[in-house]
Design a protein around this ligand. Structure first.
Ligand SMILES: [Zn+2]
Ligand SMILES: [Zn+2]
Length: 831
């Protein structure tokens, strides 16, 4: 621990008690709160009379005593009730006097009272001292996950405490207490101190003289500085220390383009400054920061806090001006939004009741924060209380895919009390009947999910309870009926379940009525608990969900890639999440799998879900648009998805009409067909670069743009030959502003089926791959899956056999032959 240069331990003669073997009291040289103490090889204990201690000629502004008391207990009556109760430890019980003698013969009497100038070593929670500090100073630390990632042993506080990032002062047991006495005669030499017992016993371990002006144990408010630090970036708390103060956080500087902030890309990852960190600390006026780094000699190796404050190159104006922020829609009504703010040094500025250091880790925090790398934001309901620094503050506000993201700067001065920011809705597809949804969110409370959905412009959120080994989440939020709905009725949160098996796959059961469909997970780790049997297949879960009026979605399709094939060919799947975790686009890998099923005539909708499990994902950053007939309710939304009237998007909006049929529709024609595929595309958050026409999985045509925003319409033509039944969909590519030329698939429609002369859409080579998947799954259940009780085992196999038969028959009915694998249950047949 770093020692302040302003303190000198006092040499005391007259120590009267030897330490026992337990070693519970301090000996030798110790440092507490940056103050050094010489505790000697004996301590001073007084339980009777008086004791005189000689000092070695000391002059000082302050004397800091390291001591502790034994306060007599109050006496309760037979019922445990105290009269004139002073608490335990008894407040203001006079323990002793310290009589300080000077070389001119004068003296000062210092009364030492329990829970005031001194306190007991063992005391109950909430019995801290008013004028003395525990020898254990508070401390900030990293989250346990940060520690583990950096290869450190976690701080030891475990989950929960780890998220608080702060250890409290004191330990409620075995404490010594520091009392700083301001010497009224700093120019006189102190010759001795006499301890005179009053009502308690006293331990004195050391006394230290200090030469500073202000109270040695009172630190200032939180401050920030931008400092260059060298050393291990994973151990930032090791790069800097302070003698009289606390290092609160050491965060790599986020470098924003403040000069052209208004025109810089939205939610862009901020840049890195080499070795520059925002260091938050609180400090005594005379404190020093020590740049300790990795052993590289620093020039200077330490900086006085006083010098930092004077240096506006490195000092960051403290965030201390209370300001109410309002974000309003076109009509001046405060509306929920996602909001980011930072100061001139790139320091993140959250509302008062939001994290200054958002936690991005899995299941560690269900706060309403959002982290995109080092770019941090939070969700507010339209009004927020901030503490802001004087000077420029940079805001970024987002509200989904139809409202123009807004970046602005506000010059804050100490008289400012309110800031109002107005948003513009530039696209309005809601008025055309479209509603947005996230099919897949975890951990949030329904009410927090509702706030975030409003801020992200998501109408329907499906919060999914689940099991993760021995952990169960959102279980108490599941009702099997009803939703959490906002005032306008435009935002709905419904709790469903994600039922999971690690090989067979995951299945999301949305908005079903009645009892929770169990088990939530099956067949051992990591999704289920060790020793859990393989009780149910996805197909069986899906059947049960259908019976309970639910919607069945294959999440993060196609992974885990196994039994979902059986569930699809059993016609039990309403939609597939063709999204990919952690990216801003639709994965072609996921699409490749979905296209196989479309190619075999399974008309399954594309949906967007995020699988949000931390602040690192925003609700609806990949979302489903569904077109409703009539007003929005959870039921009408489900019906729209079942009908396949959907597209999935990370930003761009796309609609398609083919001869009067929209997504999810089927055209029945005879003979060949010349079709016009009309499209409308719209975007404010993504620069659209192309719209592609997909027929049976092949890209037939496309139209390119140079980063289109706003709304645009056009059409493609498709000629289908005699009997060429096909599916048609549209794919949209785009890029994020500031992301260079990095293109992603930002949107994809569900398909329109065109059936010519009644001939089913069927692609035999794809069907073979689907059969293989069902056969592989069956082999797993028969061989390796933890075997359930016989009756369950048989039913599980029967569900797979049923699926296999359905597709196999369809295949042979269509006149297609294939080589049967050894797993094939019909391998005795000859084809
Ligand atoms: Zn999952
Ligand atoms: Zn999930």
């Amino acid at each position: 621990m770093i020692i302040s240069p302003y303190f000198r331990p006092v040499e005391i003669t007259g120590r009267n008690t030897s330490h026992d073997e337990t070693g519970k009291f301090p000996t030798g040289t110790q440092t507490y709160w940056g103050i050094p103490f010489n505790c000697g090889d004996k301590y001073i204990y007084l339980n009777d009379g008086a004791l005189k201690l000689n000092f070695d000629g000391v002059k000082a502004n302050w004397l800091v005593f390291l001591h502790a008391s034994e306060t007599p207990e109050g006496i309760a009556d037979n019922y445990g009730i105290y009269k004139n109760f002073k608490g335990s430890t008894q407040l203001m019980e006079q323990i002793c006097d310290y009589i300080i003698s000077y070389d001119d013969g004068s003296e000062v009497i210092v009364p030492i009272r329990s829970r005031m100038e001194i306190n007991d070593m063992q005391n109950h929670w909430g019995q801290g001292a008013m004028l003395a500090k525990s020898h254990i100073r508070g401390k900030s630390f990293e989250t346990a996950t940060n520690d583990i990632y950096a290869g450190r042993k976690p701080d030891g506080s475990g989950w929960g405490n780890s998220q608080t990032r702060v250890h409290s002062e004191g330990s409620w047991g075995g404490e010594q207490w520091l009392y700083a006495f301001e010497n009224p005669n700093p120019d006189k030499i102190i010759t001795n101190i006499e301890i005179v017992k009053k009502n308690g016993n006293v331990f004195l371990f050391g006394v230290t003289a200090g030469d500073i002006k202000e109270h040695p144990l009172r630190y200032g408010r939180r401050q920030k500085a931008l400092l260059e630090l060298k050393g291990d970036k994973n151990n930032t708390f090791d790069l800097i220390d302070i003698d009289m103060g606390h290092i609160i956080s050491v965060t790599p500087q986020a470098v924003y383009d403040n000069k052209s902030w208004e025109n810089s890309p939205v939610e862009d990852y901020p840049g890195n400054a080499d070795n520059k960190y925002i260091v938050e600390f609180d400090a005594h006026d005379d404190a020093m920061l020590y740049l300790v780094g990795d052993g590289v000699p620093y020039v200077p190796p330490k900086i006085a806090v006083k010098d930092i404050i004077k240096n506006n190159e490195i000092y960051i104006n403290p965030a201390e001006i209370p300001v109410t922020l309002k974000v309003c829609d076109e009509n001046g009504k405060p509306v929920p939004v996602k909001i980011h703010a930072h100061g001139t040094a790139g320091e993140y500025l959250p509302p008062r009741n939001r994290h200054r250091l958002p936690n991005p880790y899995w299941f560690e925090d269900y706060s309403t924060d959002y982290t995109r790398g080092k770019h941090w934001a939070t969700y507010i309901d339209g009004t927020a209380e901030y503490l802001l620094p004087s000077g420029e503050v940079f805001f970024e506000i987002l509200k989904g895919f139809e409202v123009k993201p807004l970046r602005c700067r506000v010059c804050v001065d100490p008289d400012m009390t309110e800031i109002t920011i107005k948003l513009d809705r530039v696209i309005d597809w809601r008025s055309k009947g479209w509603v947005t949804a996230d099919t897949h969110v975890h951990f949030l409370s329904p009410q927090t999910a509702l706030l975030e959905s409003e801020a992200e412009g998501v109408n329907v959120v499906n919060l999914l309870a689940s099991q993760w080994g021995e952990l169960f989440t959102n279980i108490g939020d599941f009702t099997g009926k009803g939703e959490t709905i906002n005032e306008s009725g435009e935002h709905i949160v419904r709790v469903g379940t994600e039922n999971r098996q690690h090989i067979m796959g995951h299945i999301s059961l949305l908005g079903y009525d009645g009892n929770m469909i169990l088990p939530l997970t099956t067949d051992g780790p990591s999704e289920s608990a060790q020793g859990d049997p393989m009780e149910l297949t996805l197909t069986q879960w899906a059947e049960q969900c259908r019976k309970q009026n639910g919607l069945v979605i294959l999440p993060h399709f196609p992974n885990p890639r196994a039994e979902n094939a059986a569930a699809i060919v059993s016609d039990l799947i309403d939609g597939v999440e063709v999204t990919k975790l952690g990216t801003n686009g639709i994965s072609p890998y996921y699409l490749s799998d979905w296209y196989r099923y479309l190619n075999c005539g399974y008309h399954i909708a594309a949906v967007g879900g995020t699988d949000k499990m931390s602040a690192g994902t925003a609700i609806g950053e990949m979302r489903t648009y569904a077109k409703l007939d009539g007003p929005l309710t959870y039921q009408t939304w489900k019906e729209a998805v079942i009908a396949g009237k959907t597209f999935v998007t990370s930003g761009a909006l796309i609609d398609m009409q083919i001869e009067g049929q929209g997504m999810g529709g089927t055209l029945n024609l005879s003979g060949g067909a010349n079709l016009t595929v009309m499209w409308d595309v719209a975007s404010v958050t993504i620069l659209v670069t192309s719209v592609e026409l997909v027929v049976n999985g092949d890209t037939r045509d496309s139209v390119s743009f140079d980063g289109l925003t706003g709304e645009k319409s056009g059409y493609f033509t498709v000629n289908l030959k005699d009997g060429e039944s096909s599916w048609i969909a549209l794919r949209v590519r785009g890029r994020l502003d500031g992301d260079g030329n990095h293109e992603v698939i930002t949107a994809h429609t569900s398909a329109v089926f065109v059936i010519i002369d009644g001939k089913p859409i069927f692609n035999a080579p794809d069907a073979v791959t689907i059969l293989d998947q069902i056969e592989g799954t069956t082999a797993y259940v028969k061989t390796l899956a933890t075997k359930a009780q016989e009756s369950q085992f048989k039913l599980a196999l029967a569900s797979l056999a049923g699926a296999h038969r359905a597709l196999h028959n369809k295949m042979h009915a269509a006149g297609h032959f294939h080589n049967h694998s050894p797993e094939d249950m019909h391998s005795e047949h000859k084809h």
